[in-house]
Design a protein around this ligand. Structure first.
Ligand SMILES: Cc1cc2nc3c(=O)[nH]c(=O)nc-3n(C[C@H](O)[C@H](O)[C@H](O)COP(=O)(O)O)c2cc1C
Length: 211
């Protein structure tokens, strides 16, 4: 562990209240950029936890595609299991883990669909074969076998020209609008730093939590 950490020299290894601005979005930007700059594998991968109406909870990885003043944006199939859970219970959580930096970020909030225009723009920016996979894949459904998906893919390619490959209505973006963001920085002797931001109307309350 020491060895892999020692390669990373440009990143702070502690979290001090005096370095923190009153907006967690600023710190998240810094940490995400650190993970990208250090060329960590899948720096935008985040675990997304959602729950059904009955309170049964599910988690999976999705990729953060945009982070702005609204929150955390990811793309998926609007008929998938996660989408069904979000439809019936918009409360959700995200976890980022950047092992090499000994950092974790936990986010809780409410998930909302983004506009179809923004989903169209992102969809059209994707490689054409990825677009086709998103169109033909009935995400989360049982399929008879891999051949079935490959047949759907090949049939689609045969019958469509590139200009016809448009975003289907059942695929698009969601934004998780945060009300809690916790930054965890690993420290020596397991006396780690944990700083929790809690949304209070338009400002954020900042608390240190015991590790
Ligand atoms: C590294 C990685 C990135 C992924 N990114 C996405 C993504 O951005 N969107 C997505 O819908 N699924 C993504 N997946 C697949 C999901 O983990 C999951 O299998 C899929 O969305 C179906 O989840 P559901 O049945 O709970 O809806 C990713 C998986 C991995 C391992």
């Amino acid at each position: 562990l020491k060895k892999s950490n020692s390669k990373i020299i440009s990143v702070k290894k502690y979290l001090d209240e005096k370095d923190i601005k009153d907006d967690p979005f600023i710190l998240f930007h810094v940490w995400l950029n650190d993970a990208i700059k250090e060329k960590l594998p899948e720096p935008t991968a985040m675990t997304l936890a959602t729950s059904s109406k009955e309170g049964k909870t599910f988690a999976r990885i999705v990729l953060l595609k945009k982070f702005d003043k609204r929150g955390f944006i990811f793309y998926t199939n609007y008929d998938s299991d996660k989408a069904k859970q979000i439809n019936s219970n918009p409360n959700a959580a995200l976890v980022f883990y950047w092992k090499e930096l000994e950092r974790q970020v936990r986010v809780e909030g409410i998930v909302k669909k983004i506009s179809s225009r923004e989903s169209d723009e992102y969809f059209n920016s994707r490689p054409v074969l990825s677009r086709i996979s998103s169109i033909i894949s009935p995400q989360s459904q049982v399929v008879p076998g891999r051949f079935h998906l490959e047949n759907l893919f090949n049939e689609y390619i045969k019958n469509k020209s590139e200009s016809e490959i448009k975003r289907p209505k059942n695929w698009g973006g969601y934004c998780l609008i945060p009300n809690h963001i916790e930054f965890w920085q690993g420290r020596e002797n397991r006396l780690h730093d944990r700083i929790l931001f809690t949304k209070k109307k338009s400002s954020w309350l900042i608390n240190r939590l015991a590790p």
